[in-house]
Design a protein around this ligand. Structure first.
Ligand SMILES: [Zn+2]
Ligand SMILES: [Zn+2]
Length: 282
């Protein structure tokens, strides 16, 4: 039974496998089309496209842009955009630079809490320009200050914890605008991150649609059946494209598999048809 996976991370952001390794897993999972959606970076796309050609997997250019709406951090997936567009590229580079301003402040707070860590160690471990808190969590695990990535977030890194530092992020409308200007389709990732429900959620997603949002990620590894059907209903009401993906990261989210999420995820290849049609119209 073929399936697709439109949300995957690699070593170019906080995933643990290279694009070619993710595609090899995708092949084994009978994934026929996929999107590599690294955080704020498209550097993994050339390797993904080449490997996709060799393995017979369709690779959709993707990205996951971080944004903040004043209340929640929201992630906006971009699909089929002109990822080599210089303006788009420079906007992502500026966004990554904001991480390099924030990360040393997080390290300072960890050091103030008595932990022996440096930003040089984090950068060496990350090995990519898209350095984020998961890499810091990994360093804390390696140094045995915490037992897991979740433990690192719960004790130090999450909002409200001692080493939390807010980040300068674009608004969701700005992130959507960047993707649209690069002729891509913008999709709200894991809508459970919206800290609203019912009419509040609908109002939030309606506002995003007015800013150019084209779709909503309905099928997602951690969604319950009830969440999936309520996001599907919302997407239909607002005439949004329906997408789905695992949010595979490799070892940092060990319970999530490429194409299958926690085992029962199955994103229908038919969803790709309207997505590509929408991109072709931009
Ligand atoms: Zn995300
Ligand atoms: Zn993601």
């Amino acid at each position: 039974m073929s399936r697709i996976d439109l949300h995957l991370h690699t070593t170019h952001s906080d995933g643990s496998l290279r694009p070619s390794e993710v595609l090899t897993l995708a092949k084994a999972a009978q994934v026929t089309a996929l999107a590599i959606t690294d955080h704020d970076i498209t550097a993994g796309l050339p390797e993904a496209l080449t490997t996709g050609e060799a393995l017979g997997i369709e690779v959709i250019p993707g990205v996951e842009v971080s944004s903040f709406d004043g209340k929640s951090e929201l992630h906006i997936l971009g699909y089929c955009m002109n990822w080599q567009d210089p303006l788009f590229d420079s906007r992502l580079a500026a966004l990554r630079a904001s991480r390099h301003r924030r990360n040393p402040l997080i390290i300072e707070r960890l050091r103030a809490a008595g932990l022996d860590v440096t930003y040089e160690e984090v950068r060496a471990l990350a090995g990519t320009d898209s350095v984020g808190r998961p890499h810091i969590a990994q360093l804390l695990m390696n140094k045995r200050y915490v037992t897991s990535a979740k433990d690192a977030f719960d004790r130090y890194l999450a909002e409200g914890r001692p080493a939390y530092v807010a980040r300068e992020l674009p608004t969701p409308a700005e992130a959507i605008g960047w993707i649209r200007e690069a002729k891509g389709v913008a999709v709200l990732a894991h809508p459970t991150w919206v800290k609203e429900s019912g009419e509040g959620l609908k109002a939030c997603v309606t506002a995003l649609k007015e800013a150019g949002l084209g779709g909503i990620e309905v099928h997602y590894s951690t969604h319950t059946k009830a969440q999936t059907s309520s996001y599907l209903e919302l997407g239909r009401q607002l005439n949004l494209l329906i997408t789905g993906g695992s949010d595979f990261h490799g070892v940092t989210k060990p319970d999530i598999d490429v194409g299958r999420g926690r085992g029962d995820l199955k994103v229908n290849p038919q969803l790709l048809v309207p997505l590509k049609e929408a991109a072709a119209r931009l």
